[in-house]
Design a protein around this ligand. Structure first.
Ligand code: E4P
Length: 218
């Protein structure tokens, strides 16, 4: 089954999405923390983890492997639900290699824009490879093709690394990610809302209720 994550650091959005009963986890990043108006990464991550009780990603801010490893050690100790987000750079790969050897080394390799990056993070032991579909499309690349190629490569060689479709901008991205075999899709709250809504459902429901009122005489 494809898992559904929410891409947010907004506690209220997490609460609402969890109440729908379809949410499996949450991804955050420094920009989402900034939008949520919080600089307390630990408190916010733990509050989200407590609500969703599933995987929650918290991102490092160091640029060098040593700094990333030190941050990861701290972040991963916060909760069994938390995984550490490491960018796909040379320093990031070095950090992933080391962190993946730890018993709690849950890694979300982030900022992936090509199948070669996905291949490298899988080799370095990442748990998830986050492919930035929307940003690839913005840059004139075919984001969904990168999801398809990554899926094919991971399957062909049996990499356990999960394909995580990120930077999702609209429901067509969700549908195409599902068709391409993404293991996980992380969506902004606005896209989650779009996923459930249809004007035809609203109109159909209104009609059913109007007809029922006619026969029931209320
Ligand atoms: C993934 O984990 C990222 O937080 C996210 O999807 C980035 O997407 P954006 O392009 O909307 O910033």
């Amino acid at each position: 089954m494809a898992l559904l994550f929410l891409d947010t650091a907004n506690i209220e959005e997490v609460r609402q999405a969890v109440a729908w009963g379809v949410l499996d986890g949450v991804t955050t990043n420094p920009t989402l923390m900034m939008r949520a108006g919080t600089a307390d990464l630990k408190a916010t991550t733990l509050e989200i983890a407590e609500i969703v009780r599933g995987p929650v990603s918290a991102e490092v801010i160091s640029a060098d492997a040593e700094g990333m490893i030190a941050e990861a050690r701290e972040i991963l100790a916060w909760s069994e639900f938390v995984n550490v987000k490491i960018p796909c750079t040379v320093e990031g790969l070095k950090a992933m290699r080391e962190i993946s050897r730890w018993p709690n080394g849950r890694i979300n390799a982030t900022l992936i824009f090509s199948p070669t990056q996905a291949y490298l993070v899988a080799k370095a032991g990442a748990t998830y490879a986050s492919l930035f579909v929307g940003r690839m499309d913005d840059a004139g690349l075919d984001g969904m093709e990168v999801v398809r190629q990554t899926r094919e490569i991971f399957d062909q060689y049996g990499f356990p690394c999960k394909v995580l479709a990120a930077s999702i901008r609209h429901t067509a991205h969700v549908v195409e990610s599902l068709r391409a075999g993404a293991d996980i899709i992380t969506v902004p709250f606005a896209v989650l809302q779009q996923m459930v809504r249809s004007p035809f459902t609203d109109a159909g429901l209104e009609r059913f209720l109007a007809d029922w009122r006619k026969v029931a005489g209320s």
